[in-house]
Design a protein around this ligand. Structure first.
Ligand SMILES: *Cc1c(COP(=O)(O)O)cnc(C)c1O
Length: 395
């Protein structure tokens, strides 16, 4: 998985690199963008070429120039050895875990992980003889006490994508390294622009490209990036299972990278402004956003991250379901639905007590998760202001 020849050197600044990476006009008749290559069969000109499989592309499922362009871009952004693409973020999680575990292994997974990650562990991995132990996301170096002789990996997601605890990734990686085990990181929230877990000591880093890479709620895609230690295992399992993403979704994700930095700057700024605004409201008990100085994760966030994305949560004072519905049902700009990372603002109610198992959730109010999109924040405030008025009226 060679570097595209037109990638500017790594010493260029990030916006410049995002504009130029993963494309090679010289190879595409001068067209600026790497085209969508569709295909299964790739022809070999001679028996010798067929026998040696020496050409860059051998079969559509195993890679195309479109796929390679995105793989190389993500490898460059994450500082990894090799990247594979998957049809969803969830599939990226499955591939990352399956690359490293075998029957008889024990793994440690943060209690704050994306809920379907728990399902992979509790169902699929359990069925193949892998035991999962969930741990307190705030455990830090204390994770060392949970490592057993058969522990194979530690899974981190920082911040947790509903509850926003920032984990001490360097401390966890150090404990893992001391015992010769791996760390896998879900870095979807930060994107490679705002955090690089491999540089903090992790061995595999994955993304739901569905979120900010695509950036327009019209893509399903995942990526997994390996360091030198895990590259062969990742490539092996990805090839064995026969995972391949949609060519259009790869193209759209590559296109999304061009504007990732400027979109994230806007999401970062708008979400912090909205978080402060919500923090000052009487209806709100607390805001869960690691880039607020009042947040318990702020010091670690400031040390390990370069920015924050548009996703955070708030805890409202306890409300009846009907009052919550009065607030949410008639919002004009905030949609209600899963996924995030696109241009539009979203809100969903959730209840961490329903899925946490290693830690007790302080269930003192109604949790809401917001994604702040690219709309004007004044319009978003007006929409939420009316919503909170309806909530009060119905309480
Ligand atoms: C959405 C999400 C995923 C899964 O991505 P899909 O493309 O929806 O499968 C994984 N991790 C996190 C943190 C997510 O938010």
């Amino acid at each position: 998985m060679s570097k595209s020849s037109s990638s500017p050197p790594g010493n260029k600044r990030i916006k410049t690199r995002l504009a130029h990476m993963g494309r090679d006009p010289g190879q595409n008749y001068g067209f600026i963008n790497t085209p969508i290559y569709r295909g299964s069969t790739i022809l070999y000109p001679t028996v010798e070429a067929y026998d040696t499989k020496s050409q860059p592309y051998t079969y559509g499922r195993r890679g195309t120039p479109t796929i390679r362009a995105l793989e190389d871009s993500i490898s460059e952004l994450e500082g990894g050895e090799l990247t594979v693409l998957t049809p969803s973020g969830l599939n990226a999680i499955a591939c990352a875990l399956l690359a490293l575990v075998e029957a008889g292994d024990h793994i440690l997974v943060t209690d704050s992980a994306y809920q379907p990650t728990r399902r992979i562990c509790n169902r699929l991995l359990k069925r193949i003889g892998v035991e999962t132990e969930f741990y307190d996301p705030l455990i830090g170096a204390g994770i060392g006490d949970l490592i057993r002789d058969n522990t194979r990996l530690i899974y981190v997601e920082s911040p947790g994508s509903q509850t926003f605890e920032i984990q001490d990734i360097p401390a966890i990686c150090e404990a893992a390294r001391a015992r010769g085990i791996f760390v896998v990181a879900d870095n979807t929230w930060a994107t490679p622009l705002y955090c690089n877990p491999l540089a903090l000591g992790a061995d595999l880093v994955l993304h739901a490209g569905t979120k900010y890479f695509g950036g327009h709620a019209d893509v399903n895609l995942g990526t997994v990036t390996a360091n030198a230690k895990t590259a062969d295992a990742l490539k092996g399992v990805h090839g064995d299972i026969g995972v391949c993403p949609s060519p259009e979704d790869v193209f759209l994700s590559l296109r999304g990278l061009r504007t990732l930095a400027i979109r994230l700057e806007q999401h970062h700024q708008a979400a912090i402004e909205m978080a402060h605004w919500l923090q000052d409201r009487d209806e709100v008990i607390r805001v869960l956003h690691p880039a607020l100085e009042s947040d318990p994760g702020y010091a670690l966030w400031e040390r390990d991250f370069r920015g924050a994305s548009g996703l955070f949560s708030v805890i409202l004072k306890p409300v009846e379901r009907s009052a919550l519905a009065a607030m949410l049902d008639d919002l004009e700009l905030f949609g209600m639905g899963a996924s995030w990372g696109s241009f539009e603002s979203l809100v969903i109610p959730f209840n961490p007590s329903s899925y946490r198992s290693a830690t007790a959730w302080r269930n003192d109010g109604q949790a809401l998760r917001f994604h702040i999109g690219l709309e004007d924040v004044e319009d978003l405030k007006e929409d939420l202001d009316k919503g909170l008025e309806r909530l009060r009226g119905a309480s």
